[in-house]
Design a protein around this ligand. Sequence first.
Ligand SMILES: [Zn+2]
Length: 341
Amino acid sequence: MLHSDAYLDNLAGEFNLAPQEVLTIIRSVGFDAEKVPADLVDLLREVIACKLHQLDRFKSADPAYEQKLDEMLRDFDEIYIDTAPIIQMDWFLHFVADVRPILRRRKKKLIILEKTMEELHGLKDNPEKDRDVRVRATIRPDLIRWLCRQGYIRIGDTGSDGIADDHLVKLFSRIGQNENVLLVTQDRGLSERIIRLGHASYEKGPQSVKQSFWEKLLRKPVVYQDPHEMVVCKLTEGGLLKRCYICPDCQQSYYDEFSHADGMIPDSACIAKHQQNEAKLRAEEERKVRLEQQRAAAAARRAARPSVEKRIRERQRKLRRNGLLVVLFGIFLVLVLLFAL
Ligand SMILES: [Zn+2]
């Protein structure tokens, strides 16, 4: 345990507050400020930053990151944030700190459903949840409402019946027809449902844009548009987005770098397996070709080699020729002898 002497002045100095103000903030999230667990100080720092709306301290240190994030997000008409990413570590604060200038420039807003606000409210008093989750669920709604007033977030009205997951799937199947939508969630099951939904519309290919009566009458050319993007990401450390994909081979979902593409992409294990199979097939094919070549060469050699029959005939011909020569020579000798006599 840390006594207030050990941390209060530091925190007060860091945030330019009077120690009494720091104490008030710490008590507002339910801690006895006289002594706190040593591992709580970082969370208290987050609590104070949230209360003071000091998000700039969570901004990425990489100057190129804003550009990268802009390239990821600029095509989306709607960006929904689920409940879990808001309270997992301080990742939401990092994300919001980095995304604010982009939202401002592109005139977009993050959307948080009313349902999510209710869930946060339920979490803050839930004794089954761990301390950090409860504290974050306590301080985030104030920050979210402030971000709403600043024009960075819109609270989406959902009505309060049904599960938020089902609602999101329904919502995405409706708005995903006409807009590019991004969902940030830590929930894998929900992610998979949305990816399959997006894949189905991707498979359909370009669709014709509906024409009015007059457009049809005046025979205006039909316009086709590409299917809209439906992308699911999760927040990771430092507020970085990782996109969720499903491998069409093994149907397993996985997280990887963000890309603007269909969400059904083979994972590296299946790609490696596929490549191995390809290599095996190729080797087998090559072996067959080699075998065939060897077989052809042997046949050619056999064809060139004189057969036994041919050899016997050859020998007989040779014998006959030799016999003939012997006879001729005999006759010649006889004639010579006759002349000599
Ligand atoms: Zn796979």
